[in-house]
Design a protein around this ligand. Structure first.
Ligand SMILES: [Zn+2]
Length: 314
C-alpha cells in the first residue's frame, strides 16, 4: 500500500504511552504510574457518556507538557510513531491557549518547540508534516482574535485553521468574524462540526466560516440537502470512527454513517483523532472500518487517495 495520509490528529493528544508514563512520573502525578496503567486505565477504549467526558481527560496532557524540551520530544515522537503506522503525510493540530493553559509557556515558544520536534521527526523518517492552529470554543470573545492573530503572525508554520471544543452553546456563527479574517489571509479552514451537534453546525461551518473540510461531520447524515452540498462542493469529512463511538457521536460502531457518505459521493478521510487517548493506530482504525462497516481494501485505498487529494500540506 502507498504511504498513508492522515488529516486529523491532535499533536498534544498523541503522546506515546511509555512517554506519558515517564512524564507523569517526572511531574509527580499520582494518576499514572506505569505504561501498563496508561494502556489499561488511561486509554479510553469503551464508549463514554459524552464528548465532554473525553475533553475532561485532556487535562493530564496539559499537566505533563510542562517544558519546551518535552514539547519538542513529544512532537518528534508523534512523527516517528506515525511513520511506524505507514503514514507519509501527517497533519497535526493543536490549540495554542490549551497547550499553554497550565504551563504558561508563551504561545510562540510552544509553537517553536513543536516545529523543532516535527522538523527532527521528519528528517529522521521522511514524513511530511504540517500544523493546524485550533481556536477553542468557549473562551472569551477576545480569544478568537488573539488565536487568529497568532496564526496570521506565524503563517509560515501553520497550514490551516480549525475550530474545536464543545459544540453545544458555541455555534459556528459566533466565530464568523475571526474566520473571515483567517480566510482573507489565505488560510484553508477545517471545522470540528456535526460531532456532538446537528447538521446546522455543519451548514454554518461551510457558509459562515468558509470550511472546505469538516472534522467528524457524522450528523450530516440527518440532512439530505447537506449531503448533496458536501458531495457537490467536494467538502471532505474527516471521519474518526473510533473517536465517534467513544464520545458517543454515534451510538455504536455499526451505525457509523461513513458508508452512507461514500454512497452519496462525499469525499471522506479516516483518522485517529487522539491516538494518545483512544490507544489506536491508523491501521487499526482501517481494520475496524472493515470489520464493523464492511469496507473493503479497495475502499480504504480510495479513501487514502481522497485524503491525499484534500491535504492542506503543500
Ligand atoms: Zn479532533
Amino acid at each position: 500500500m502507498d504511504r498513508l495520509t492522515e488529516l486529523h490528529r491532535h499533536i498534544d493528544c498523541s503522546i506515546r504511552a511509555s512517554t506519558l508514563a515517564e512524564l507523569a512520573r517526572q511531574s509527580g502525578l499520582k494518576e499514572i504510574k506505569s505504561e501498563k496503567e496508561v494502556r489499561e486505565h488511561f486509554w479510553l477504549t469503551r464508549p463514554m457518556n459524552s464528548l465532554n467526558e473525553v475533553l475532561e481527560r485532556l487535562v493530564i496532557f496539559q499537566k505533563v507538557l510542562s517544558s519546551v524540551a518535552i514539547l519538542e520530544q513529544v512532537a518528534c515522537e508523534v512523527v516517528e510513531d506515525a511513520h511506524q503506522e505507514g503514514i507519509g503525510e501527517l497533519e497535526l493540530r493543536y490549540s495554542p491557549n490549551f497547550a499553554s493553559g497550565l504551563s504558561k509557556i508563551p504561545w510562540e515558544d510552544v509553537l517553536n518547540a513543536f516545529v523543532r520536534g516535527l522538523t527532527r521527526g521528519s528528517a529522521k523518517t521522511g514524513v511530511k508534516t504540517g500544523l493546524i492552529c485550533i481556536l477553542g470554543r468557549g473562551g472569551p470573545p477576545s480569544l478568537a482574535d488573539e488565536v487568529i492573530d497568532f496564526a496570521v503572525a506565524h503563517k509560515k508554520n501553520f497550514i490551516a485553521v480549525d475550530l474545536a471544543g464543545p459544540e453545544e452553546n458555541f455555534p459556528c456563527r459566533l466565530y464568523k468574524e475571526a474566520f473571515r479574517r483567517a480566510v482573507d489571509e489565505g488560510f484553508p479552514v477545517t471545522i470540528h462540526a456535526g460531532e456532538a451537534c446537528g447538521p446546522e453546525n455543519i451548514w454554518e461551518a461551510i457558509d459562515l466560516l468558509g470550511a472546505t473540510r469538516i472534522g467528524h461531520g457524522v450528523h450530516a447524515v440527518e440532512d439530505k440537502e447537506l449531503m448533496k452540498r458536501l458531495a457537490q462542493d467536494r467538502i471532505l469529512l474527516e471521519t474518526c470512527p473510533t473517536s465517534n463511538t467513544i464520545t458517543q457521536a454515534v451510538s455504536k460502531w455499526e451505525e457509523h454513517p461513513l458508508p452512507q457518505f461514500l454512497e452519496a459521493g462525499i469525499p471522506v478521510s479516516i483518522s485517529t483523532d487522539d491516538p494518545g487517548i483512544f490507544g489506536i493506530t491508523l491501521q487499526e482504525e482501517f481494520e475496524r472500518c472493515k470489520k464493523y462497516l464492511g469496507l473493503t481494501d479497495s475502499d480504504i485505498h480510495q479513501i487514502n487517495q481522497t485524503a491525499h487529494r484534500h491535504t492542506f500540506l503543500k
